[in-house]
Design a protein around this ligand. Sequence first.
Ligand SMILES: Cc1cc2nc3c(=O)[nH]c(=O)nc-3n(C[C@H](O)[C@H](O)[C@H](O)COP(=O)(O)OP(=O)(O)OC[C@H]3O[C@@H](n4cnc5c(N)ncnc54)[C@H](O)[C@@H]3O)c2cc1C
Length: 366
Amino acid sequence: MKVIVIGGGIMGAGTAYHLARKGAKVLVIERADKGRATSAGAGIICPWLDRECSDAFYQLAYRAAAYYNELVPALAEDGELDISYRKTGAMLLSSDADTLDKAEVLLRSRAGAAPDVGTISRLTPKQAQGLFPALNNEMSALHVSGGARLNGRLLAESFERASIRHGAAWQRGHADLIREGERITAVSVDGETISCDAVVVAAGAWAPELLQPLGVPLAVQPQRGQIVHLSLPGVQTSSWPVLLPAENDNYLLAFDDSRVVVGATRETGSGFDYRITADGIRDVLTEALRVAPGLAGATLLETRVGFRPMSSTSGPLLGPAPNLGGLFIANGMGATGLTLGAFSTKLLAAQILGEPASPLIEPFKI
Ligand SMILES: Cc1cc2nc3c(=O)[nH]c(=O)nc-3n(C[C@H](O)[C@H](O)[C@H](O)COP(=O)(O)OP(=O)(O)OC[C@H]3O[C@@H](n4cnc5c(N)ncnc54)[C@H](O)[C@@H]3O)c2cc1C
């Protein structure tokens, strides 16, 4: 089976990798737009503390987090040794004990079915500070040892190289869909027509503009996220846990190279405005320094901008397009694509190759 995948972020690269491993002939067309969400994503993998998600979302999300236990060694077998994946633990932070009590009840109710949660414990402000020394000394924590982080850029690159090792080809360019009757039969890449048996649109926030000429509506819009990378030269940050303040959606996490990442804005209605703004950076840094005043002297390394593909349901969109043969959609990953993406694309690849749809992605069909 010959499949063309449009888009090389985590959804496209992951789909290509899983299809190629199953023996499909795969071509990925990647335009590498500025603002690719996968390249800006923070990389937090911690679905068990999500208090607002639907049951269907959570069922997919906790298995997706567990899938990294399988994927990291599988990528290593393909020579891909570094996606910066590490179970650093995560801490939900609050100065309000009631908030942490409620979160702990939810977490413990989920832990039985999801052993990847790891150990659950309550920490005093001093204990929490011991794990993340830049933290203020006012907030207690609910600590979950299974919380993890990874580098989305490295994961997409690893998927790309590993898919090529399994026979996939990658081409840089702009893709358009070609329709014959009620089927998508080919893709046009910068004017060249390439025929195929199926196309996967994994074009992130840009997917609606690709589908619109075919009359296929996709309720997805870009949501800009501005995220700041700081450096603490000489400080060993590799085991610092992910910080999740309970009062808002901001977060902090650390990587091996003395890097602390703080984010992020969630700017619905931003369009594709690829800019770093004064109030965006102020908001991110103000919250980061409130939570972790010890970062005040850190070096500001870079700011990244990414467009999250947000669906109107805030949930994923996965599966065949209705009323049009040969077309599959991998989209709507919003703020959790690095958590959900690798596993979702494994399930989607199986469906593209003719297996019945997994009940885990069935609720997110188009
Ligand atoms: C600031 C920020 C922080 C985040 N933090 C986290 C986090 O901590 N944990 C988590 O789980 N998730 C996180 N996310 C979400 C996650 O990054 C996204 O959900 C995910 O990366 C979306 O992947 P994607 O492949 O759908 O889209 P993208 O990564 O945007 O990739 C789409 C690709 O399609 C290409 N394309 C588009 N149109 C065409 C065309 N016509 N032809 C060829 N190519 C085309 C584009 O150039 C692009 O490269 C974060 C996102 C942001 C922005």
